[in-house]
Design a protein around this ligand. Structure first.
Ligand code: ADP
Ligand code: MG
Length: 343
């Protein structure tokens, strides 16, 4: 059984940066305003994420890394979020099957912090023997340590690149989440180094964060628009489930990059959609010289029920209902502004 779970987990967690994505989303769900990421050996030896969010109750530590179970649903009272992508609640379980996972956490009402370690979904010490959570010192919030990722799945381990490549993917994920969550302060560093590679303040704006993380050359040329399904609401009367809203930041033709930089968040989750990327890039054809590309940030909120539930949330490509029409409408809005700019 452990072997099957391990294989399943490897399908969800591909590399340190995909584990990080899950951990960051948990911090954000927990209402953190400060998130610190530390990586050793590209996150392969250690990936640590510390937040100042809600913390985890001791009782929940018992089933924290269990795979999707009814006890987990009722305990976490999280049915709504479970439906967000149709299939959730197993990120930490997956991590525990392919690494040594440990958690130090404290809620506001706890008088001390609790430390718990997991192997194969269960509370256990590194040698696999059962282990109860232990009281320890700690601040409000949660520290998650993922150690020796893929130590027990050699195929996954051998598919990883070197630590500098894995670390740059980690930086990329932190950068993108920092842009999307400018109210949260992020840091990211290599373990043992005192100067973080990324530090963002809390309380800035998406535009400021883009400037800080991607450079003022981009920020200076940023245009923006908001598009939603309700603009011509004369047509739609009561189709709330088809409602969507998008916020786009995109560079003017004055900015020309060699490769397109594209950040896509759907319902606050970092995802990839080659089709949407291509559609946006195509708008710039004839506006930018050949070979030049833009920077585009798109945050799209759609009804969770319209996301294709057959596509696993951790698969990088996402599809949703009315994807073509929605994309078209966003592209039209961006195009109109670009053309206006150009005259
Ligand atoms: P999901 O996020 O889909 O519920 P996860 O396996 O990622 O599944 O996390 C399981 C649960 O553990 C979360 O629902 C949350 O209640 C709790 N949790 C995980 N990480 C944190 C964190 N950093 N702070 C507070 N709670 C957390
Ligand atoms: Mg999660």
């Amino acid at each position: 059984e452990a072997v099957i779970n391990r294989i399943a987990a490897g399908e969800i967690i591909h590399r340190p940066s995909s584990a990080l994505k899950e951990l960051l989303e948990n911090c954000l769900d927990a209402g953190a305003t400060s998130i610190r990421v530390t990586a050793k050996d590209g996150g392969m030896k250690l990936l640590q994420v510390q937040d100042n969010g809600s913390g985890i109750r001791k009782a929940d530590l018992l089933i924290l890394a269990e795979r999707f179970t009814t006890s987990k649903i009722s305990s976490f009272k999280d049915l709504e979020r479970l439906t967000t992508y149709g299939f959730r609640g197993e990120a930490l379980a997956s991590v525990s099957y392919v690494s040594q996972l440990s958690v130090v956490t404290k809620t506001k009402s706890d008088t001390c912090a609790w430390k718990a370690t997991y192997v194969d979904g269960r509370l256990a010490s590194k040698d696999g023997s059962p282990a109860e959570p232990k009281a320890c010192a700690g601040n409000d919030g949660t520290i998650i340590n993922v150690e020796n990722l893929f130590y027990n799945t050699p195929t996954r381990l051998s598919s990883l690149r070197g630590s500098s490549e894995e670390y740059s993917r980690i930086l990329d994920v932190v950068t993108k989440y920092a842009v999307h969550n400018p109210h949260v302060s992020f840091t990211c560093k290599k373990s043992g180094s005192s100067a973080p590679d990324i530090t963002t303040p809390s309380g800035s704006s998406v535009k400021q964060a883009i400037g800080q993380l991607y450079g003022q050359t981009i920020a200076k040329e940023l245009l923006e628009t908001k598009v939603s399904s309700n603009e011509d609401s004369s047509m739609v009367v009561d189709e709330a489930e088809e409602a969507w809203a998008a916020e786009v930041f995109f560079t003017s033709p004055n900015y020309q990059a060699k490769k397109m930089v594209f950040l896509l968040f759907i319902n606050h989750r970092l995802v990839e959609s080659p089709r949407i990327k291509k559609a946006l890039e195509t708008i710039y054809t004839g506006i930018l010289p050949k070979g030049a590309s833009p920077f585009v940030y798109l945050s799209l909120q759609i009804d969770p029920r319209s996301v294709d539930v057959n596509v696993h949330p951790t698969k990088r490509e996402v599809h949703f209902l009315d994807e073509e029409q929605t994309t078209q409408k966003i592209c039209d809005a961006v195009h109109a502004i670009l053309v206006g700019q150009n005259q």
